[in-house]
Write a protein that binds this ligand. Structure first.
Ligand SMILES: NC(=O)c1ccc[n+]([C@@H]2O[C@H](COP(=O)([O-])OP(=O)(O)OC[C@H]3O[C@@H](n4cnc5c(N)ncnc54)[C@H](OP(=O)(O)O)[C@@H]3O)[C@@H](O)[C@H]2O)c1
Ligand SMILES: [Zn+2]
Length: 447
């Protein structure tokens, strides 16, 4: 948790009463004028179950970090049961283990887009109902999450519980195995959400901990943990990255409007840039490069640029395209066919981009070969921002795992339908709908 002076002041009023006893149950709370309410709300939201909607605090409440821990302890306490508040409201409040695991997941997610080819991992060390250390894996080559959390906990880790979304590693990589660090720190119990499918660990971490006399529980929030690391799991199990397909569409299902540079409004555009920051790579077809000349960088939010991937069988990408003339052309990969024009491919190569050949297939290149290459080169997650032809080919080839459609309130669009040539109905699951400015975001899983 970041230090925050406002939060480290002792509470002037009770923390548990207004927050845990009433507000968490009533949820719709009002008349709060505390200067730090945003921060306090943020902390609360991180701590409680997502079903509990916290909008406002009822009265001035200052949360210190300790206050927050008391709050968690208070919420899960049996007092509610004794008060006769069983039932729906109570069910919405998490038990303590789930809360800490959720925290580990949230910490892990902070590094989305930075850890590939490795997974996202967060860790929380808890002793006597208090968080004494937490951390996450920041980037490939950096210390592992468990090590960061244990370092913060120091000697306090002796006899404590460690929560982590992924089984601690059992192998020597760039850093020594976390299993050893956990054992040496004197941790008594480890709660892991899921096993690490990496064959070098896969169960060995858990067995190693048990052999050292540490109690291990496995499977808490497994589904959430698998969703968080869908890219890493996809690369390990299927040999290709997880693919999110995004498309902006008019209400009549078209992807362009004559004379309009961006179909989406500012809020939807910001969401696209946020996703670029969190995905390892962004993929488009040559059709999009020629029509829009996108830079495929992150500008609307703070973040880092993804790897840019273009599928372009005949090497038609102009050397003047923004993806080629970027400040780091080596972070642009252009897939071409083996028989692409040599003069054109040479010219592109000279400009510093990486050219990779792929077999031709219906409509262009073999996209499963493209994705396999990316997987082999450590790419866990890909976001397609391609036009209807590549988007349609990804769906047809069962290569799209998730779809995000951004509907603009415009009718009378231009060009082919958003997903071109999808022959059979493909059902989206777990659909989520959001409003982003005036646009409507519809998102769901495929397959
Ligand atoms: N609304 C949006 O979200 C959005 C996003 C992107 C683009 N657009 C619009 O979409 C239009 C461009 O559409 P588009 O469909 O031509 O763009 P695209 O899907 O990005 O590019 C299509 C091109 O990619 C190449 N390609 C390589 N492998 C392919 C495969 N397996 N299947 C299909 N194509 C493959 C093909 O050219 P080769 O055969 O030469 O390789 C194909 O012509 C523009 O009007 C653009 O503004 C809209
Ligand atoms: Zn490790």
């Amino acid at each position: 948790m970041e230090p925050n002076a406002a939060l480290s002041r002792p509470p002037t009023r009770g923390v548990l009463h207004p927050v845990a006893r009433v507000d968490l149950e009533m949820t719709g709370v009002h008349r709060h004028r505390q200067r730090d309410d945003e921060r306090a709300l943020g902390l609360l939201k991180e701590t409680v179950h997502p079903w509990v909607k916290i909008e406002r605090l009822r009265c001035p409440v200052e949360l210190r970090e300790r206050g927050l821990k008391e709050l968690v302890a208070g919420v899960r306490g049996t007092r509610h049961l004794q008060d006769g508040h069983e039932g729906r409201r109570l069910a919405a409040v998490t038990d303590a283990d789930t809360t800490y695991m959720r925290r580990a997941l949230r910490l892990a997610a902070r590094a989305a887009g930075r850890t590939s080819p490795n997974p996202l991992v967060g860790a929380v060390v808890v002793r006597a109902g208090a968080v004494i250390g937490e951390g996450y894996y920041h980037a490939a080559g950096e210390p592992h999450a468990e090590v960061n959390a244990l370092r913060k906990a120091g000697d306090g880790a002796r006899g404590a519980t460690l929560f982590t979304n992924l089984e601690p590693c059992a192998h020597h990589g760039r850093t020594p195995p976390c299993v050893d660090a956990v054992r040496e720190a004197g941790i008594a119990r480890v709660v892991v959400a899921m096993r690490d499918p990496d064959p070098r660990t896969d169960g060995k971490g858990i067995r190693g901990l048990r052999a050292a006399g540490i109690a291990v529980e496995e499977g808490l929030l497994r589904t959430e943990a698998e969703r968080l690391n869908a890219g890493f799991l996809s690369r390990l199990k299927r040999g290709r990255p997880f693919v999110l397909l995004t498309l902006a569409s008019t209400v009549d299902g078209r992807v362009a409007v004559p004379g309009r540079r961006y179909l989406s409004g500012k809020a939807a555009l910001r969401e696209v840039h946020r996703l670029r920051d969190r995905n390892d790579a962004v993929l488009v077809g040559i059709g999009t490069v020629l029509a829009d000349d996108p830079a495929l960088t992150v500008r609307e939010v703070k973040g880092r640029d993804p790897l840019r991937v273009i599928v372009d069988a005949d090497a038609r990408t102009p050397p003047t395209a923004k993806v080629v003339r970027s400040k780091d052309p080596q972070r642009t990969v252009i897939f071409v066919a083996r028989d692409a024009d040599v003069r054109r491919t040479n010219k592109l190569r000279e400009s510093g981009v990486l050219l990779v050949t792929a077999p031709r297939a219906d409509g262009g290149l073999d996209l499963s070969a493209v994705l396999r290459w990316l997987g082999e080169h450590g790419v866990n997650t890909v976001m397609s921002e391609a036009g209807p032809h590549v988007a349609g080919a990804l769906v047809r080839g069962h290569l799209a795992d998730r779809v995000l459609l951004l509907f603009s309130p415009v009718a009378g669009g231009d060009g082919p339908p958003a997903l071109e040539g999808v022959p059979t109905a493909s059902q989206l699951h777990d659909v989520r709908v959001r409003k982003l400015g005036d646009d409507l975001a519809l998102e769901g899983a495929l397959g």
